[in-house]
Design a protein around this ligand. Structure first.
Ligand SMILES: [Zn+2]
Length: 679
């Protein structure tokens, strides 16, 4: 035997650790998803968020038995709370029971012996309910909670251009299916937006239907396709394609053997498709039989979802690099011999952190199993020890920074390496890129490649150096034309109005998130100099700013080079003062109105009665807060009013009525706001 059995106790200890870590990661990813979809506020850079999902995926791959039932890996980053206008689905959009092997599929078919089945590709996108009334598009809603979906009709009109707005069918017709981003669309979008690529088609699809400005998204090429699974009028099935709507590929099967063969055929063609699928759906073909099968708790009995196992391919681990991040983290990144896995060619993979490299005993030259699953970056699940010939080299984390040579510190359970040298050139370049990024100064015309080049040349050393760049200077570079040079300088000039919140984000203060920047503005700091003068004790008094973050901010602004840099930015006329949109709401001036001092929940879509213009949710929140009311996210016994705009789902008002909370409609709300003197 090649493998001697391991002592049981060690295995148990490892499993327990993995279980704890999986629980920890699951909770954290869920929290971040809720934050992101609740407030649009992401407290972590995308790459760090991906790293968390990645680590979870790695642990789950090693311990599939520990995967949580509602794993954030298997959901499309769905928010647990709906934030926009909602609608109650005519029939709930339920998830399906899962099968991972042929046995389970056969058991399902046996339960319905004599029935005809339908097998379709299980598209990996976003489930939608599309409703037509009298031949015209009435609304498009997401799956949402299953019972209540979020209305995305206006967004769908832009980003789903192939979805007909009229069909030749009378009555109320509901079409259900999946919105996906084609791989070819995804690739074209990423080629055109190298600075802001979409991680993968699946998260691209979900993100596209959440865009605040769907017109801009559509113009930028973020377009989706809709494939229907079925359509019905009052429960009677309709032919989807006869309605002029694309249907998901499906095949009718007379028995279990045919079903199993159909699933295998789907798996075979999986990688050749222009869209991602993650399995197959088997359901009773006859709608009446499907309905008659009924439901068990949350799942219809008449259908089952076959999930493909994550695809795993073997390749060679060629080299390990240790790039330096903007705040000094030095993570391992591996190059592998190109391998086609999960529909894409993979050359770079993550190894997570030094602890996992050590625990998995990965070596350079090893044959490794590369896994790409859902929306996580590919990772090396394990190495194949049997393939070793002795020439493999151990992966040794660097003791010194690959960029500046200073000694690295080891931190955290992942034994991550950190460069603490504030003058480290690699960190400086990453920080310049971050300053120019969308979340901070948003210098649209300045790409990372040019930042790197200018930094290597010593022209760009500090953030304030951006503002001294001239067209003439840029024209001195090969491959830099007049138009691009002008575009760069103009976009730098325009970015000067960034304001305090974005400046705080752009400074990349260790431990401070985008949310911290927002909270500092809301806490009443007007100028960056005010934040610089604040002590850690003062900062920790701010809501949601903990002692570690407070100390980190104070220490950051105590650095002489930071003080000098702020002064240089000021000299160039860069705005480091709070913008109106980031200011706290002034409630002191509110006149008396029924809103004053009350707790309210806002739901639905709002329209200004004087102009007929749509009023965004944040604007309604702001007006209501200016009228000295407090807003809450869900109705509870302590809610005074439910402020209901248009398109409000019945569940929300029903819950309010049940709790004795008064439902206030728009006309009354606008009267109250006028009374309060804020609208
Ligand atoms: Zn360094």
């Amino acid at each position: 035997m090649r493998n001697s059995s391991r002592p049981v106790s060690i295995h148990l200890v490892k499993t327990k650790t993995a279980r704890d870590r999986i629980a920890e990661l699951t909770a954290e990813i869920r929290r971040l998803n809720d934050l992101y979809y609740g407030t649009g506020d992401s407290p972590l850079p995308d790459a760090d968020y991906d790293a968390l999902k990645d680590e979870l995926a790695a642990l789950v791959a090693e311990h599939p038995e520990l995967e949580p039932a509602d794993s954030p890996l298997s959901t499309v980053n769905a928010p647990t709370e709906l934030t926009g206008p909602t609608v109650r689905h005519a029939r709930p959009m339920l998830s399906l029971a899962k099968a991972t092997g042929d046995e389970q599929v056969r058991a399902f078919c046996d339960r319905f012996a004599g029935q005809v089945f339908r097998v379709s590709e299980k598209l990996d996108g976003l489930s939608l309910s599309v409703v037509y009334d009298g031949g015209r598009l009435d609304y498009v809603a997401t799956r949402g909670t299953g019972a209540v979906g979020e209305l995305v009709t206006d967004k769908a009109r832009w980003v789903l251009p192939d979805l007909p707005t009229q069909i030749a069918a009378p009555g109320r017709v509901e079409v259900r299916g999946e919105a996906v981003m084609l791989r070819s669309t995804w690739e074209a979008y990423n080629a055109a937006h190298p600075d802001k690529p979409l991680t993968n088609p699946r998260s691209g699809a979900a993100g596209t239907l959440m865009q605040k400005d769907p017109e801009a998204a559509a113009n930028a090429g973020r377009l989706l396709r809709f494939f229907a699974f079925g359509a019905d009028r009052d429960g009677a099935a309709l032919d989807v394609e006869a309605l002029g709507i694309d249907a998901a590929a499906q095949v009718v099967c007379p028995d279990a053997d045919a079903v199993v063969a159909a699933i295998a055929a789907i798996a075979d063609r999986r990688n050749g498709l222009d869209y991602d699928i993650d399995g197959a759906v088997v359901r009773l073909h006859d709608p009446a039989a499907f309905d008659a099968a009924g439901f068990n708790s949350a799942e219809p009995r008449g259908a089952i979802a076959f999930k493909f196992p994550p695809e795993e391919k073997l390749t060679k681990l060629l080299a390990v690099e240790w790039p330096v991040g903007k705040i000094g983290r030095v993570p391992p990144r591996a190059r592998v011999a190109p391998v086609f896995v999960g529909g894409v060619t993979v050359e770079n993979i993550t190894l997570h952190n030094p602890r996992l490299i050590r625990e998995r005993n990965l070596r350079i030259g090893d044959t490794v199993a590369v896994v790409r699953r859902g929306d996580v970056i590919p990772f090396a699940g394990r190495s194949i020890a049997e393939d070793r010939d002795g020439s493999e080299q151990e992966i040794v984390p660097p003791a010194r920074c690959p960029s500046c040579g200073s000694e690295l510190e080891i931190r955290g359970t992942g034994e991550e390496r950190w460069c603490l040298n504030l003058q480290c050139p690699a960190q400086a370049t990453r920080r310049l890129m971050h300053w120019a990024s969308r979340a901070a100064a948003d210098m649209e015309g300045v790409g990372d490649i040019w930042i790197e080049k200018l930094a290597d040349d010593g022209v760009l050393r500090r953030r304030s150096d951006f503002y001294a760049l001239t067209v003439e200077q840029l024209l001195g570079y090969e491959r830099m034309g007049e138009v691009s040079a002008r575009k760069m300088v103009d976009s730098i000039e325009r970015s000067k109005g960034l304001g305090l919140r974005r400046a705080l984000i752009g400074l990349a203060i260790p431990m401070a998130s985008d949310g911290t920047a927002k909270r500092l503005c809301l806490a009443g700091y007007e100028r960056i100099e005010d934040v610089m003068a604040a002590t850690a004790e003062e900062l920790v008094a701010i809501r949601d700013i903990g002692p570690k973050v407070a100390e980190s901010i104070a220490a950051f602004f105590a650095r002489p080079e930071v003080v000098e840099e702020i002064a240089a930015l000021r000299e160039h006329g860069v705005s480091l003062d709070v913008l109106d949109e980031d200011r706290p709401v002034d409630t002191a001036t509110a006149s008396d109105s029924p809103l004053k001092g009350k707790t309210v929940v806002i739901t639905g879509a709002f329209t200004d009665p004087r102009t007929g213009a749509k009023v965004s949710r944040p604007d309604v929140t702001r007006l209501v807060e200016q009228a000295a009311a407090t807003t809450a996210s869900s109705v509870s016994a302590s809610t005074h009013y439910l402020l209901a705009g248009a398109d409000v789902g019945a569940s929300k008002t029903a819950k309010a009525e049940q709790l004795g909370v008064r439902v206030v409609e728009q006309p009354e709300l606008w009267r109250w706001l006028a009374q309060a003197g804020v609208a």
